[in-house]
Write a protein that binds this ligand. Structure first.
Ligand code: SF4
Length: 318
C-alpha cells in the first residue's frame, strides 16, 4: 500500500571537489587513490573554474574529498591549507562545504569547523581483524584513531556524518558493534547527523578480490541499524550501489531516509554512475515517497555554526 504523501526521503544536491587523489594509505578495496606525488593538487584557480558554473545549477553542497598526506610529511601543512582554502572559496561563492579528508588532528578539525557546515569520516568497521587484511597497509584505519575523530567532533560541536563499509571481510557481529559505538557516542555528544551504510562494490582499480556485498542483505541490516541507532540519526544509502529499484525501495521501507550527495560522479566508486534526481524521484514516487533536497547540515545543528556560516545556511533555508 502506498505510504502517505508526507513520507519523504532526502538527498543533497552536491558536487565533489578532490584536492588530491594521492594517499599514503593502501586500502586494498580502494578505487580512488594514487601514489604520493602522482596526483597534482587542485589549485584554487582550477576549483573556481569548476565552481562558478555550478552557481546556476541548484548545487548546494561542495563535498571536499581527498586522499591523505601523512601527518608527519613536510607537505602536510600545505595539504591542509589547500583544503582550508578550497572550503573558503566554496563558501565565498555561496556553497556549503562538507569536508571528508581522512584523519585530522584536533587543531585541524577545530580550524575546519570555521569553513564547513559539517565534517565526515567513515568508521567503516571497528574490528581490528581488518588490520591484517584489507587495512594491512593503511595506518589511518586504526579503529581507535577513527573513533577518536568522532569524539573530537563531539567535543568541538561539529555536525558529523559517519558510516559503515559493508562486505570487506567483517562479520555480522562486527556491524552491530560498530553501530553500537556510533550510537553511544551520539548519546554522549548529540552530533551524528547521519550514518551511511555503504555496500562494498568492486571497482576496476582495487586489488581486493572479493564480490560485491549482496544487496538483498541490506534491508535487514538497515532494520537492525534502525533499532540500534537513536531515532534522530538518519540512515543513508548510496542509490548508485543499490541499482535494483525494488531493493532500493526495500531499503527505504526498512528505515533508510537519505540518499546522500547526488552529483555528476561518485569519486569513491567511479565505476558506479549516480542515478540522477529525476530517475530517483520516479522510482520513489512509485511507492509513495517524495524525494526532497536537503542541506549538508541538519537544522538541529544550525546553532553550532559560527556567525558567517550561520548566515550562509539561513540564506539556503530561505
Ligand atoms: S580508501 Fe581512503 S584511506 Fe584508503 S587508500 Fe583509498 S583514499 Fe586512502
Amino acid at each position: 500500500m502506498p505510504v502517505s504523501h508526507s513520507a519523504t526521503v532526502t538527498y543533497s544536491p552536491a558536487y565533489t571537489i578532490v584536492p588530491t587523489y594521492e594517499c599514503f594509505n593502501r586500502c586494498t578495496y580502494c578505487n580512488f587513490r594514487r601514489e604520493p606525488g602522482q596526483s597534482p593538487w587542485m589549485t584554487l584557480w582550477e576549483a573556481e573554474k569548476i565552481l562558478l558554473p555550478l552557481q546556476s545549477q541548484k548545487v548546494c553542497e561542495i563535498l571536499i574529498l581527498s586522499g591523505e598526506v601523512h601527518p608527519r610529511s613536510p607537505l602536510r601543512q600545505q595539504w591542509f591549507e589547500r583544503i582550508y582554502d578550497l572550503c573558503e572559496l566554496a563558501l565565498s561563492l555561496g556553497f556549503l562545504p562538507h569536508t571528508n579528508v581522512g584523519i585530522l588532528s584536533f587543531t585541524e578539525m577545530e580550524r575546519l569547523k570555521n569553513v564547513n557546515v559539517s565534517l565526515g569520516l567513515m568508521l567503516e568497521q571497528l574490528t581490528p581483524a581488518l588490520l591484517h587484511t584489507v587495512h594491512r597497509h593503511a595506518p589511518s584505519k586504526l579503529p581507535e584513531t577513527r573513533l577518536q575523530q568522532l569524539i573530537w567532533a563531539g567535543e568541538l560541536q561539529i555536525p558529523f556524518t559517519t558510516g559503515l563499509l559493508l562486505g570487506i571481510g567483517e562479520t555480522q557481529d562486527d556491524w552491530w558493534e560498530t553501530l553500537n559505538a556510533i550510537s553511544e557516542l551520539h548519546q554522549r555528544y548529540d552530533h551524528i547527523q547521519e550514518v551511511i551504510l555503504q555496500p562494498h562494490s568492486p571497482g576496476n582499480q582495487q586489488s581486493f578480490d572479493w564480490g560485491a556485498f549482496d544487496p538483498h542483505q541490506l534491508p535487514g541490516v538497515i532494520t537492525k541499524a534502525r533499532e540500534i541507532l537513536p531515532p534522530d540519526v538518519t540512515i543513508q544509502i548510496p542509490p548508485n550501489l543499490v541499482t535494483d529499484p525494488q531493493w532500493l525501495l526495500a531499503c527505504i521501507a526498512a528505515g533508510a531516509r537519505d540518499l546522500g550527495g547526488i552529483g555528476p560522479k561518485d569519486e569513491v566508486n567511479p565505476d558506479y554512475p549516480h542515478v540522477q534526481e529525476q530517475a530517483l524521484k520516479t522510482i520513489l514516487q512509485s511507492a509513495g515517497w517524495e524525494l526532497v533536497p536537503r542541506l549538508p547540515i541538519y537544522p538541529q545543528f544550525d546553532h553550532w555554526l559560527t556567525g558567517d556560516l550561520q548566515v550562509a545556511v539561513e540564506q539556503w533555508r530561505g
